[in-house]
Design a protein around this ligand. Structure first.
Ligand code: PSV
Ligand code: MN
Length: 392
């Protein structure tokens, strides 16, 4: 079945309302542990990162939110930073805590055996909530590098107790309307146990804490072959899916552009989102990117990533839900699969170009950015100073 170029009004409305949040750190230098390649024009300050994020929004029309990472984006006045973002048509999204880049955290942060280190980590998390108050952010994103490398190194159970204690102290500090998002990761940097290795662990902690605690699915944080859309469907049903950290991976936590490695997986994820009516910003699911552009230019890579999510979403919205339900009820295995694949194989690019034109945007965001001269401008202007990166 061929889909019409002009989408039904409901699909059009859903695509207009879709919002994607971009990470400030995607605009800084990044790399592997072997080499960080510097790029010309990379931001030196959080303000310059926000200005770059604003270019992504200017060309896509659906990415007006930027996440910060503290201390990478530390400033004296966060209220002022929020105003700067607003002046650029952006708002500050999730505040990402960082309790993994300090010598004190060699054996963990909130699960460290030493109460002094645990206190220091907790103080940082609480400071992040203060920052949320100043920026008007709703979400605190928690990712813990905590874990162990060797059997017997520390008590798995005691570390869970310490984790629960810290989470509960942060939870109690949250104001009305604020949430904490707990991210899990199978391995890295710890290789024997991670203290939050999987969605089940994150879910169990969040469930005990209450409704303001929600799980984040970083698509790169699973064992190869994991059925991520199953996790999505399950957490949505339990009202515990708070956000995505979108990226793609071939091997481990590769942080490549979302939709680059496996566009079909991204479609399957977005299909579960659409089925649960969780695409609307009011649904509470925050669609964030968490990516690093080690070898490709950063702003166009972010634009491409936003477009990849938009394309997967458009395809998911085109699934004929009635035909799918009928085929499923009839036990028509091939028919049901066919309905899904019809939508996946639809070329949605013409309809998205049309939508952008309606929004007053250039229909081809990648070409429009290339023509805009912004890349040349920042390369010429941003000379001197210290380029942002993983350590700044
Ligand atoms: C950890 O690998 C992670 O996915 C967390 O979200 C961090 O905050 C982010 O990467 C930093 O790059
Ligand atoms: Mn992440």
């Amino acid at each position: 079945m061929t889909q019409p170029v002009s989408p039904p009004p409901a699909v059009r409305a859903a695509l207009r309302a879709q919002r994607i949040e971009v990470p400030s750190w995607a605009y800084g230098n990044s790399g592997t542990r072997f080499k960080v390649f510097a790029q010309a024009g990379v931001p030196r300050t959080p303000q310059e990162k926000i200005a770059d994020a604003a270019r992504v929004h200017a060309h896509t029309g659906i990415a007006p939110i930027v996440s910060l990472h503290i201390p990478w984006d530390r400033v004296d006045d966060y209220g002022e930073l929020a105003s700067y973002a607003a002046d650029h048509g952006m708002r500050i999204g999730a505040i990402n805590s960082n309790v993994f880049q300090d010598d004190d955290y060699r054996l963990g942060s909130v699960t460290h055996p030493d109460p002094r280190v645990r206190r220091k980590a907790l103080d940082h998390l609480l400071e992040c909530v203060d920052i949320m108050d100043a920026t008007g952010s709703r979400d605190l994103k928690l990712w813990f590098a905590d874990g162990t490398n060797y059997p017997g190194q520390d008590s798995i159970r005691a570390r869970q107790d310490r984790l629960a204690q810290a989470l509960s102290a942060v939870y109690d500090r949250l104001a009305d309307g604020q949430r904490m998002l707990l991210e899990y990761k199978l391995f890295e940097p710890a290789f024997y146990t991670m203290d939050v290795p999987d969605w089940g662990t994150a879910y169990a902690h969040c469930r005990r804490l209450g409704p303001k605690a929600q799980v984040v699915i970083d698509t790169g944080h699973h064992a190869p072959g994991t059925n991520i859309e199953f996790i999505v469907a399950f957490l949505l049903r339990e009202e515990k899916l708070g956000a995505f950290d979108f990226n793609s991976r071939f091997y481990a936590d590769d942080d490549l552009m979302v939709g680059a490695a496996d566009p079909f997986q991204l479609f399957r994820i977005m299909h579960e989102i659409v089925l649960a009516d969780a695409l609307r910003p009011e649904s509470g699911v925050n669609f964030m990117l968490d990516q690093c552009h080690n070898i490709e230019p950063k702003i166009p890579a972010q634009i491409r990533s936003v477009l990849n999510v938009q394309e997967a979403t458009a395809k998911a919205l085109l699934v004929d839900a009635g035909a799918l339900a009928a085929a499923q009820a009839a036990g028509d295995v091939l028919g049901a699969n066919g309905v899904l694949m019809d939508a996946y194989h639809t070329d949605v690019r013409p309809m998205l170009r049309e939508l952008r034109t309606e929004l007053g945007l250039d229909p081809d965001p990648m070409a429009a950015y290339a023509r805009s001269g912004y890349q040349e401008k920042i390369a010429a202007e941003r000379v001197g100073g210290r380029q942002a990166g993983w350590d700044a």
